[in-house]
Design a protein around this ligand. Sequence first.
Ligand code: ADP
Length: 368
Amino acid sequence: MFNSGLKKKNIELNSALELLKERISVLENENNRAHAILDSMVEGVIAVDKDTRVLSLNPTAEKIFNTTRENALARIFLEVFPNNDIAEVIALVLNKGKFVSRELSLVWPVQRVFQVNASPIFESGAVNGCLLVIHDITEIRRLETMRRDFVANVSHELKTPLTSIKGFVETLLEGALDDKENSVTFLKIINNHAERLNTLINDLLDLSHIESKEIILKKDKFALSSLVDEVILGFRSQAKKKGVEIKTELPHALEVIADRSKIEQVLTNLINNAVKYNKEKGSVRIYSEQFPDKTKIIIEDSGSGIPPKDIPRIFERFYRVDKARSRELGGTGLGLSIVKHIIELHSGFVGVESTEGLGSKFWFTIPR
Ligand code: ADP
């Protein structure tokens, strides 16, 4: 009798133990799932208690604040993350028990812009902590600024020749038309400005076409030296006027696989610059270097060179070392960014080495 009672109790205990094990396993699974979600989030997530002690943080948060879980856990938020703006957001959430969203700039450990969303954590109806979700929006803000700058630049570039055209047309209409000699001069100036507008719009169309993801390269195998010879032919008179000598040292047998007309545009833009920014009686040398995986083409000039501070930005749209000089020479500031885009479409690279006053070496690579 006594034995069977004990047996029953034992069975009851065993099944309670099984149930407990099952519950623990369910909880463990849930916990693992929650951790997996947190660990894979691109947003930084930090939870703090009501004294702002760090309860948990995910790997993205560790990365953003250049810290580790071991270092951060159980410590006061401001001790680990010396950022007053975020601490202020946490204080607001803990005090008011309401969701707060703010855009904050972080200067340490890196300069970035974050969207910080903070929610209260409730326990038995009272605020017991705060959950921060930190979203890095630096890239979005950078692209927005770039787009704004681009629109401003295009408007400015279009406005300058248009203002001149309008001015000269008005002068002609107000009577200068009767002055034969001056009116021809004015018409020539108008023509130059119209030409400038045309070049600018063509460059903009090229750029937008190249930047659009729909572009399909028509790749062929062709001899590079004959393409370079064709391009040089177009610069003969411009180079002759300046006394600039263009030398090509490309092997006749050198063939590349690429979109011929696009590479023609790259060569045209680079050789144009090499002549344009050259000194009187200067020289341009075009040669290649062969690597197992790529062909490198170098366009070397004996021109004005580029100051080191301008080199990192030289391939940006509308970036010019000397705006007035570029305009005077018929430049749009878009040539090099077109070059960069075309080469990147070919999975190649572009670059420049330059010494002020001595000249520049612009190069690009085409994978073999
Ligand atoms: P641009 O139409 O003004 O020539 P690019 O995009 O082709 O526009 O070039 C951007 C700027 O880079 C130029 O305005 C010029 O200041 C500089 N640059 C380009 N190529 C050369 C070169 N070979 N020598 C010196 N400066 C150059």
